[in-house]
Design a protein around this ligand. Structure first.
Ligand code: NAP
Length: 252
């Protein structure tokens, strides 16, 4: 079935790859971004060239009003919503916990945890078959972006980031049980080391090249390889999959 989805952080990396893959299926995509307007517009064009529809929606997932506005924009433009890819996430420069400032911790938890929870809440309100009164939701799917870091813990690198992804796993487990009866499947994808811009934010742009070969599959993954899993979890092909934490980490 052709779907309408919102991808937070859809302008670059894994979100962008997912948007373009959705476009190839003829889906409609809300491409949320934080500030990189050029990247967002480029992704919108790529989705359209792939055969889908898309709009760029600026908004910070850590700001409640922005989250509500981005869901409104998708529903007002495309007339429906079938799924959320809870993808926006950040990492901060590599450090030991003892050296991390409270400002860093708050910003990271605001985006990675609060932002994901707010977006999931908004999706639940709009998709639930038990909500909406005379005009109930049609159900749908939420895919949360966790990380292999939730399992590994990332000591001496970014324990804060790993902690935030542990929260995403727990969110996925809890919501899959809470929302399953309301027609919404909730799953998570846990990527390993994937070639995107995120490693530059940690102060190591070539991290994927350096550490990729240490994975059992001998290389870093691509954003497309993660997008394949996300699209499958959104699609009806995975109709009995709920509460799964799917590792896309080359065996790491
Ligand atoms: P990326 O290339 O750094 O892209 C990040 C995206 O998130 C951009 O579109 C950015 O928008 C957006 N964003 C950042 N802060 C935001 C905010 N406050 N509100 C809305 N959007 C925001 O990241 P990525 O590597 O694709 O990672 C995507 C997800 O996968 C993240 O949750 C990450 O933790 C997870 N993950 C990645 C890896 C990996 O190795 N790459 C591994 C495991 C998990 P702008 O373009 O406007 O800046």
């Amino acid at each position: 079935m052709v779907k309408t989805i919102l991808i937070t952080g859809g302008s670059r990396g894994i979100g962008r790859a997912t948007a373009i893959m959705a476009g190839r299926r003829g889906w409609s995509v809300g491409v949320n971004y934080a500030g990189n307007e050029k990247a967002a517009q480029d992704t919108v064009r790529a989705v359209q060239q792939a055969g889908g529809k898309a709009i760029a929606i600026r908004g910070d997932v850590a700001v409640e009003a922005d989250v509500i506005a981005m869901f409104d924009a998708v529903e007002n433009t495309f007339g429906r919503l079938d799924g959320l890819v809870n993808n926006a996430g950040i990492v901060a420069p590599t450090a030991d916990l003892a050296d991390m400032s409270v400002e860093r911790l708050k910003r990271l938890f605001d985006i990675n945890i609060l932002g994901s929870v707010l977006c999931a809440r908004e999706a639940a309100r709009r998709l639930s078959t038990r909500r909406g009164g005379q005009n109930p939701g049609r159900g749908g799917a939420i895919v949360n972006l966790s990380s292999a870091a939730a399992r590994i813990g990332s000591p001496n690198l970014f324990v804060d980031y790993a902690t935030s992804k542990g929260a995403i796993d727990t969110l996925t487990i809890g919501l899959s049980k809470e929302l399953g009866p309301e027609g919404i499947r909730v799953n998570a994808v846990r990527p390993g080391i994937i070639e995107t811009d995120i490693h530059a934010s940690a102060g190591e742009p070539d991290r994927a090249t350096r550490l990729g070969p240490t994975a059992p599959l001998g290389r870093a993954g691509t954003a497309d390889e993660v997008a394949e899993a996300i699209i499958w979890l959104l699609d009806d092909a995975s109709s009995y999959v709920n509460g799964a934490l799917l590792d896309v980490a080359g065996g790491r």
